[in-house]
Design a protein around this ligand. Structure first.
Ligand SMILES: NC(=O)c1ccc[n+]([C@@H]2O[C@H](COP(=O)([O-])OP(=O)(O)OC[C@H]3O[C@@H](n4cnc5c(N)ncnc54)[C@H](O)[C@@H]3O)[C@@H](O)[C@H]2O)c1
Length: 345
């Protein structure tokens, strides 16, 4: 079975290696001819020191050749390139094709998720998303990983599950593609905050707070947009948030650490050297927060630090001293009488 991966970054190559080890016929499209030739020759990426990819993987820069005859087409380019790349592939993707996104991010102008962009550009395709707490550095080594295959089309979600599942890569399914994509995209913004806290020398207490309050604000927005609460409590919600806020592999956290240590957003992104998608999703998240009237206090402060040069120390102080409130939004009828009235605290 031919599987085509569009993009040749860390995540694409980790998935390509996994699929090749499973025996699939894998073709990777690189966005330059030069990179396709380099990959063919060296079978490696700087992100994975000492790792050589399986010999069976093919590389090309030819779009038609990349996707022709593919049983599954996987879009794995960084989110700012998804629209342009999908548009350039559209003439070669026949109606009815199965198209999967493994990219995380919300488009700044349209506020669309990756699957929404692909649905707009490829209206005849069957679309799915695969997302969860998954660092490429571990998947490429075959370390145990879990992930969620999401599609409104059950056959598609289960097809993707069949294609990817192995004893080292457990794949769950869900129809809640919106919840899966929002969890995967919005957590990158919280990871920037977690990194800033680390960079300023803050401790485990604030990390735990950012994870729990972070999922609270992500879920608040996602549910208003139509996602299921259970999804945000799952692998692509709290699971992905935990891994990204705690891991040494997270580039959003890395960028946050540098900002916490005094760099500007631009300096930090250039030091990380890869696309820091939380920076792109931060603005989009704020616009969604306004549109859906869902407060995102952590995301708001991250935006102020990234785009208004606010001192991260001040941002955290402002978060700590924001309006007093109850931890959870219980329904009034579930509360003891003396707790029912809004005391504005
Ligand atoms: N790295 C991980 O551990 C991981 C895990 C899960 C999901 N993801 C998601 O996968 C996506 C890609 O991440 P990555 O780690 O592979 O990033 P990367 O920086 O390693 O790769 C960037 C990707 O963008 C493509 N690209 C760069 N410039 C381009 C251009 N001008 N036109 C078209 N394509 C271009 C490259 O081919 C490559 O596929 C991101 O959305 C990320 O959130 C990454």
């Amino acid at each position: 079975m031919k599987i085509s991966l569009i993009g040749s970054g860390a995540w694409s190559m980790a998935l390509a290696s996994h699929l090749a080890r499973k025996g699939a016929e894998v073709t990777v499209w690189a966005h330059s001819e030069e990179e396709a030739r380099r990959l063919e020759k060296e079978r490696s990426l700087p992100a994975f020191e000492g790792i050589i990819f399986p010999k069976s993987i093919r590389y090309t820069n030819d779009k038609e050749m990349a996707v022709s005859g593919a049983a599954l087409i996987v879009f794995a380019v960084a989110s700012p390139f998804t629209r342009k790349t999908a548009e350039s592939f559209a003439p070669f993707i026949p109606c009815g094709s199965k198209v999967l996104t493994v990219t995380k991010g919300i488009e700044e102008d349209s506020l669309k998720t990756q699957a929404m962009i692909l649905t707009e550009i490829l209206p005849g395709a069957v679309i799915g998303a695969l997302s969860g707490p998954t660092h490429a550095e571990e998947v490429v080594l075959g370390l145990p990983t879990t992930i969620v295959s999401a599609s409104e089309d059950r056959e598609m979600a289960e097809f993707v599950q069949d294609v990817f599942i192995s004893d080292a890569f457990r794949v769950y399914t869900t129809p809640d593609i919106l919840g899966v994509e929002l969890g995967g995209s919005l957590k990158n913004v919280i990871a920037l905050a977690a990194g800033m806290a680390d960079g300023m020398g803050y401790g485990d207490n604030i990390k735990a707070a950012l994870i729990t309050r972070g999922i609270h604000e992500i879920a608040g927005l996602a549910i208003k947009m139509g996602a299921r609460a259970e999804t945000l409590q799952g692998l692509s919600g709290i699971g992905d948030l935990i891994v990204t806020c705690a891991s040494v592999h997270s580039r959003n956290r890395k960028a946050g650490i540098l900002i916490g240590q005094g760099m500007s957003m631009k300096e930090a992104c250039s030091e990380v050297g890869q696309i820091v998608e939380g920076v792109y999703s931060a603005k989009a998240a704020l616009a969604l927060s306004t549109k859906y009237e869902a407060p995102l206090p952590i995301t708001e402060e991250v935006n102020a630090v990234l785009f208004e040069n606010k001192d991260p120390k001040q941002a955290f102080a402002d978060l700590m001293l924001r309006d007093r409130k109850m931890e959870n939004n219980f329904r009034p009828e579930d509360l003891p009488e003396c707790w029912r009235h809004d005391s504005s605290r």
